[in-house]
Design a binder for this molecule. Structure first.
Ligand SMILES: [Zn+2]
Ligand SMILES: [Zn+2]
Length: 272
């Protein structure tokens, strides 16, 4: 991935998928952690791998209360002075979250953290009050949206024109249909309160990608019902990108301006 000298916001994906999620958004005046579904020890070890300074992290933002997003929150908050931000629905859904001091946010809010304006928007998931985020500062923007069965109109608006777009590309519809999940779980994953498929993410890209967009990352890829290469290929086709390696886990438009790549469960990734 190219290093963009103008960029002010960077994304460090420490974990992405159904076994745990955690991402650091590095801003001009500090960093923000999105979700903590892995242990504190694992979080620190993966941050070290990427050279991410966890001492800069000022806040922890939660997307929703599923354990792959919040399992490590209590231990982390007991060890660090972090401002916790979550919706009332997320906090109410877990007694251990309700015990922590928390700044309540609502979809539609824009809050200032680490030199960035963080816009909170509705996602569509089978939990209390799930949200995604747009991080913005003059000259740069990052969109983050996972765990959503459909993209809400607010999500479309918030995610459009970001330089870095981290978008769920959870499953391949055919693999889910033929895969090992019981029927009720298949229905949940593909339902409006489930997860975004490769096709849904790809269909959204023409509306979300603009000349300002440099990197799209396929997030929360299912280990059972998807492959990184299939997710990237599907997204790449929607924006005219071509394979940049033999496994199709990276793609690029012919002019080299836009890259598509895949986040992994256990292989941390920095997007500059
Ligand atoms: Zn999840
Ligand atoms: Zn979830």
């Amino acid at each position: 991935m190219l290093f963009n000298m103008e960029a002010k916001i960077h994304l460090h994906i420490l974990a992405s998928g159904s076994k745990g999620n955690a991402c650091v958004v590095e801003g001009p005046e500090g960093s923000v952690l999105i979700d903590c579904g892995i242990s504190r020890r694992e979080l620190i070890s993966r941050a070290d791998t990427l050279g991410v300074d966890m001492g800069r992290v000022q806040a922890l933002l939660l997307t929703h209360e599923h354990s792959d997003h919040v399992a490590g929150v209590t231990v982390l908050c007991n060890h660090a002075e972090l401002g916790l931000y979550a919706t009332a629905g997320t906090v109410a859904a877990r007694s251990y979250l309700a015990k922590l001091p928390c700044n309540l946010v609502e979809p539609g809010d824009t809050i200032g953290i680490a030199g960035m304006a963080v816009q909170v928007f509705h996602t569509s998931h089978d939990v209390g009050d799930p949200v995604g985020f747009r991080f913005e500062c003059p000259g740069d923007a990052l969109g983050y949206c996972t765990d959503t069965g459909v993209l809400t109109s607010e999500a479309y608006e918030a995610l459009a024109g970001c330089r870095i777009l981290a978008l769920e590309s959870n499953h391949d519809v055919g693999m889910l249909d033929r895969g090992p999940y019981p029927p009720f779980l298949k229905a949940r994953v593909r339902g409006t309160g489930g997860h975004l498929s490769n096709d849904q993410a790809a269909q959204a890209l023409p509306q979300l990608v603009t000349d300002d967009t440099e990197t799209v990352i396929a997030m929360h890829i299912s280990e059972k019902n998807n492959r990184p290469g299939i997710a990237v290929r599907t997204l790449a086709e929607a924006v005219g990108a071509e394979p940049a390696n033999s496994t199709f886990t990276e793609a690029r438009t012919p002019d080299g301006h836009l890259s598509i790549c895949a986040a992994a469960q256990a292989r941390p990734l920095s997007v500059w």
